[in-house]
Write a protein that binds this ligand. Structure first.
Ligand code: ADP
Length: 503
């Protein structure tokens, strides 16, 4: 399995590289999901390791350029990029990721990016990111800056590897530039009508059934990128395996099986400046692995805030999520009542999303007002307090490319109960299966009884507070830093360069 080989890559000496990081969202400038967190943290960690990183991002209507000291890069004024048969003008703004040396280039094209949402269902959605990708390469050309690697992220930057091989193959500047394409969620594939191939400036001759551009009769940016990129990655080793099967491969499993030897899984890290119980700005009480007193005080504060009674012997189970089918709430629906009837336990739910799940949490709160609390909506502060104040954390996801909350939970001494899928399988080890190293509870079958059983096992171990503290401490001492992930990406960049130019 190729990702096991990463251990070997780690011991290779790494040299400073020139990295172009192309992304369509990045904290703190533009965010819809986990890609933004990766884009805000990974390039910083790479820069700290001595690499020179230029990050490219569209300048959206909502991007607060003046808050972060961006200036217009006048030497790049008046540039254009071809979208179909038109030349579209764009400007570029220049700045940095906060507190870092990562250079950020914002591609400013109001025609395409001044819209209420980052991604749209508009007819020209393909054009928006075709312009962006050409603009990235044009700016690199203007600076005569040859990256060792272009790191592409998800469908909206997936044509860059195709462009390097096809439309820009004449340019010696990129002769040694390798590409890595990372999949953050295989569900988003940039599927467009076949005519989009010409809009992208690519040859229609290569459009035929099962060809590099064709997916289900249309043109898929992601499929094309998966074929042409030198190396592929996704955000956990287990998800790298799962997306090679028909269940979670979203029609691209065949392509991924074909490229099996070039596909790697690298776990995301967590931002320890934000998610650290010893310094967390949202917590009323700080604590650490060798001084857990503050955790109990946070539990009291949390329960008081949501009007539930405090009893140190009654475990509190937390849950924070987007409320979608992916998150496995369907497993909880049939078993919540039996669990509450049979055990002394409390629940706190935070989330928003589909009506059926919001209604379920509202119902549970009304039916068990002293045992269940819920907050329907998005609340960053409460999310931190739930991570700190809960004893256990629930993630029964149907699939989970990486997942962040289980890592926050481990760091906060809040023992996770998870379905063993994707990044959850890679971070949570069931203590019944591995008494020496277990850090939580996990189950395999996507069934209510399996979740029920895992919760009951957690409640049993909670009765033995010494064993419980050992579990907590194991989680709290694990390394989820971005430094570790950045080392793995550096190895992949080196691998991509070897694939490209044999160095
Ligand atoms: P996904 O990216 O699928 O939503 P992750 O576990 O990778 O799942 O990341 C979700 C992030 O969003 C976590 O930081 C989680 O705490 C946060 N989050 C989700 N829903 C809410 C909410 N309602 N309020 C506050 N934070 C939330």
């Amino acid at each position: 399995m190729p990702y096991l080989a990463l251990a070997w890559f780690f011991i290779q000496p790494s040299v400073s590289m020139k990295i172009c990081f192309a992304t369509t969202e990045c904290v703190p400038f533009a965010k819809t999901g986990g890609l933004a967190d990766v884009s805000g943290a990974l390039p910083k960690a790479l820069a700290e390791q001595g690499h020179h990183v230029k990050l490219f991002l569209p300048l959206y209507q909502s991007t607060p350029v003046f808050d972060y000291g961006f200036v217009q890069a006048h030497e790049l004024d008046g540039m254009t990029a071809s979208v179909g048969y038109r030349n579209i003008p764009f400007n570029t703004w220049y700045g940095h990721l906060p507190d870092s040396e990562v250079e950020v280039y914002l591609i400013d094209c109001p025609l395409y990016f001044h819209r209420p949402q980052l991604y749209t269902a508009d007819n020209d959605e393909d054009e928006r990111f075709i312009l962006f990708q050409h603009a990235v390469l044009h700016v690199l050309q203007r600076y005569a800056w040859a990256p060792d690697v272009i790191h592409c992220n998800d469908w909206a930057t997936a044509l860059l590897p195709v462009y390097l091989r096809k439309s820009y193959s004449w340019d010696q500047l990129f002769a040694q530039t390798a590409t890595l394409l990372s999949i953050h969620n295989i569900g988003y594939q940039g599927r467009f009508a076949p005519a989009s191939i010409q809009t992208a400036g690519l040859s229609y001759d290569a459009f035929y059934p099962s060809g590099p551009y064709e997916l289900d009769g249309g043109f898929s940016f992601l499929k094309a990128g998966l074929i042409f990129a030198d190396v592929l990655s996704t955000v956990s080793p287990t998800y790298a395996q799962e997306i090679q099967g028909p269940d979670l491969g979203a029609d691209l499993d065949g392509v991924l099986r074909m490229r099996n030897h070039d596909l790697f899984g690298v776990l995301n890290g967590i931002d320890l400046d934000v998610w650290n119980p010893a310094t967390d700005a949202y917590l009323p009480h700080h604590y650490a692995v060798n001084d857990l007193a503050g955790k109990a005080l946070n539990k009291q504060a949390l329960l008081k805030e949501v009007s539930l009674p405090y009893d140190p012997e009654v475990p509190l189970i937390g849950f924070i999520s987007r409320l979608t089918a992916q998150k496995g709430i369907a497993l909880l629906q049939p078993i919540l009542q039996p669990i509450l009837e049979q055990h002394g336990v409390q629940f706190i739910f935070l989330g928003s999303g589909e009506d059926q799940y919001e209604d379920f949490f509202r119902w549970a709160t009304q039916a068990y007002p002293h045992r269940v609390a819920s907050y329907i909506g998005y609340n960053e502060r409460l999310a931190h307090l739930i991570e700190a104040g809960s004893d256990m954390f629930l993630m029964p996801s149907r699939y989970e490319p990486c997942g962040l909350n289980q890592m926050y939970s481990l760091a906060y001494g809040t023992v996770p109960i998870v379905r063993s899928t994707g990044g959850l399988a890679d971070t949570v080890r069931d203590v019944y299966a591995d008494g020496e190293n277990g850090n939580g509870f996990s189950f395999n079958d996507y069934e209510g009884y399996a979740l029920h059983n895992a919760i009951e096992r957690a409640l049993t171990v909670f009765q033995d507070q010494d064993a419980w503290h050992t579990l907590m401490q194991r989680g709290m001492t694990e390394d989820f830093s971005w430094t570790r992930s950045a080392e793995a990406y550096t190895s992949l960049y080196e691998h991509a360069r070897r694939m490209r130019v044999g160095v």
